[in-house]
Design a protein around this ligand. Sequence first.
Ligand code: NAP
Length: 571
Amino acid sequence: MHTESENSELPDHQISRGDPYDAVVVGAGLAGLYALHRLRGMGLRVRVFEAASGVGGTWFWNRYPGARCDIESLEYSYSFSNELQQEWEWAGRYGTQPEILRYIQHVAQRFDLLRDVQLNTRIVSAVFDAQRALWTLVTDQGESVRATYCIMAAGNLSTPRVPDFKGLERFEGKWYHTGLWPHEGVDFTGQRVAVIGTGSSGIQMIPHIARQAKHLHVFQRTANFSLPARHAPMDPEKERRHKAEYPERRRAAFETPFGMAGYPAPTKSALEATPEERQRSYETKWNEGGSISFLYSYTDLLLNKAANETASEFVRQKIRSIVRDPQVAELLAPKDHPIGTKRLCLDTNYYEIYNRDNVTLVNARRTPIEEITPRGLRTSQTEYEFDAIVFATGFDAMTGALAGIDIRGASGESLKEKWSAGPRTYLGLMVADFPNMFLITGPGSPGVKSQMIISIEQHIDWMADCLLYMRARGVNCIEADQQAERAWVEHVQDVANATLYPLANSWYTGANIPGKTRVFMPYVGGVHQYKRHCDAIAKNGYEGFQMRRVSSDAGRLTAEPGVSATPVGAT
Ligand code: NAP
């Protein structure tokens, strides 16, 4: 694991003002800020561009009522500074959006990051000049900057999506998207409100809006599995123990599939247990709260349909026991996908909220929304009147942020064209034909299927070590090999196809965006397997990457013998 002191020992790079940056980072969320800190510590000259008016990425934008992380805060935090992880005090079991944003702002100040972050600036294009091995990035202000390395830390769930409903522009009330929530907050008191969407955002937000609104209609197209979060104030004894064990825990997290230690690995199949044993085990996990521990009940919940069905049915029964109206309960009980194959939601009193008189669940699968009207919306069956409509309709996930930038590689082809049949990366870290561009938690990496911050740190540390390796050999251009990329893309698909994940229509497959190519995008082999693979690749001289020195004076590429890594297939 990387530490602060390692960074500070590295010599400073002498670069005068006006020269290209060593690295430009796109995005000042958790990934962009750590990339800045790590690369700056290596003496690199780095500039970060951020479209928002503040740092924080997803935690800057998603300010909807009830927004909270579904991973415990003692886990969901940076590990790169022991002082930071020891000193920061979390208020509760799970970090709330305001608390996590405060934490990120604290990190930015503590490590003096803000002076290299340019806010309110969106990158609109990034073009690679193969002659000079330089990226030129253009901002929405018309500013142009050059850099040797381009680091895409633009987020996986950062491109909010409002479905193309006819008539939205004529709506006379107010409408909102969870991912673009007004900073001043919204008071729904006394209002007639519609929420469209029942993913993690909708499920967290709905109980809060229900308590304020005069009446809330929830438009559900697909029922989702949700487990109780069991949020609680931080237990001081648990915090003390966790902090004392932090170094070992963080190391142990890399030995686990989801990048989180402290959840005993399952030892047997759900089908080997008796129905009574299973019931006891699921009941314990349900009462403890949390999604990873629930999915860790047995070895095969994400691999075997029959095994999964035992857990899926347990949760359906819970829903039936909570929701008093049997028809509503049945509509809320998911039947179209195995539990855990879509992001498993965590909630606080979500199902209970449907017992209130001021909440109505609408089956938007049977009676789809056809248009937004000036006074509300119309489904195939009924016309409704609303003062406010809330879209909890998700994001153009994993590829949306990069698709919004005109990125052109060495051959001039755009990334959007290259990815038209689904994203192609080597390790989720680099893309063939796009030299010196690194992706943080990109498609093909386990990022979104892990404790995100552990993956962010692992990707950035791997990239930083790679740049140190290059510097030591006097090379300044690295590119993923086509063959290695092809093999990795196939490997990612093979691993996914051995699980139940592809059975769900989820944002993991692009299924939530009409017309988007359906490809399973994350690597689900686990953080442990992935890190081992990345480390082996580095140890073997960066197999599958080509490295060379580009002489900017000569204006052409000159391959340096002995530094090109050998192209290889993936595991
Ligand atoms: P999401 O999971 O993609 O859910 C979007 C919802 O909108 C789905 O219920 C979807 O229905 C519905 N929808 C989309 N278009 C619709 C239409 N035309 N008509 C009716 N319904 C429509 O998005 P999200 O809830 O924002 O969550 C995205 C991800 O962000 C999560 O999976 C999670 O990884 C992350 N997140 C995490 C937290 C947390 O840490 N607690 C909180 C929020 C989000 P279908 O399913 O039928 O498409």
